[in-house]
Design a protein around this ligand. Structure first.
Ligand SMILES: [Zn+2]
Length: 298
């Protein structure tokens, strides 16, 4: 049975749509196996279901492999209900605001530590999907700074983080997929990006057969990079409003979360559904553009 899920816009609407654990189990099932059960081991479509456990257990009728909705996913081994997981996914997927561990722990009644771990795992799935997706076609990259808005000195301020903002462009020349990546401090010398910074970015984030790559790392940018730099500025605001000042340790995860939402918005794709896909996929080794494809990426 195919059910169409409308995008809930408020937490109240979300809770009305998914009032019980069963409703969430159904939704995870449909996301994981949209055309019915499929054995992860042999691909057989029929299973014996044991429903006496907290989560249903599916035993393949052909090879007897046992699996569950969370096996091999970021939720594997978690004792937190799927209802709480789905609530966290909903809260992360809102475009107008993010969520942090303090807020989540209150909403789903778990400890701060559990809430932190749930968010960390969701962000890990997002970052992994981004690592598997490279910029391609016509690519523009510009330097940016997160943190201290104005620092006239030549030395880097400890709260100043250097970024490379990259984008694939569509045929209209507008950004179609963006990335904001922290540049390691060793690749910055007196505020200047060393060649290693652009080489590292190219190697990790740009498709090798890209038709054109344009890098700007100087003090002055070009007009055509304006849209890209606006995203970097917005990311800074989003991160400050959601996480209230943070260290460098998890900054890359927060930047990836911001870009993930921007990229889905650019493609007019529903974030909640996409994020549920990422969270129900084995190993979360997914390509952004093809969440059904579970092939491992390098
Ligand atoms: Zn099987």
């Amino acid at each position: 049975m195919e059910t169409h899920y409308h995008l809930s816009s408020t937490l109240e609407q979300f809770q009305q749509q998914f009032p019980t654990e069963e409703a969430c189990i159904d939704y995870f099932f449909q996301t994981k196996w949209p055309s019915g059960f499929s054995c992860p081991h042999c691909g057989h479509s029929r299973a014996y279901i044991t429903s006496t456990r907290r989560l249903p257990l599916y035993e393949c009728l052909q090879c007897h492999h046992q699996t569950s909705l969370t096996a091999g996913t970021i939720m594997a081994g978690s004792r937190t209900s799927l209802h709480k997981w789905l609530t966290a996914i909903f809260l992360v997927s809102r475009t107008d605001q993010g969520t942090n561990a303090v807020a989540l722990s209150k909403i789903i009644s778990v400890t701060y530590k559990t809430a932190w771990l749930i968010l960390h795992k969701i962000r890990h799935a997002i970052s992994t999907a981004d690592q598997c997706t490279r910029l391609s076609g016509i690519v523009q990259v510009n330097s940016a700074v997160y943190g201290k808005p104005y620092n006239p000195y030549f030395r880097n301020h400890p709260q100043e983080h250097y970024l490379l903002a990259g984008s694939s462009l569509n045929i209209q020349g507008e950004p179609s997929y963006i990335k904001l990546k922290l540049v390691p401090k060793i690749h910055i010398k007196e505020k200047f990006f060393q060649r290693a910074a652009t080489l590292d970015f190219t190697q990790k984030h740009i498709e090798s057969q890209t038709s054109s790559i344009e890098f700007i790392t100087g003090r002055f940018s070009s007009k055509k990079f304006r849209a890209l730099l606006a995203f970097a500025a917005k990311a800074g605001k989003y991160i400050n409003n959601t996480f209230h000042g943070i260290g460098q340790k998890y900054l890359q995860h927060y930047l990836d979360e911001f870009c993930y939402k921007v990229n889905l918005t650019l493609h007019e794709a529903p974030i909640f559904q996409h994020l549920t896909h990422l969270c129900t996929a084995p190993h979360a080794k997914l390509n952004f553009f093809n969440p059904q494809n579970t092939r491992m990426c390098a």
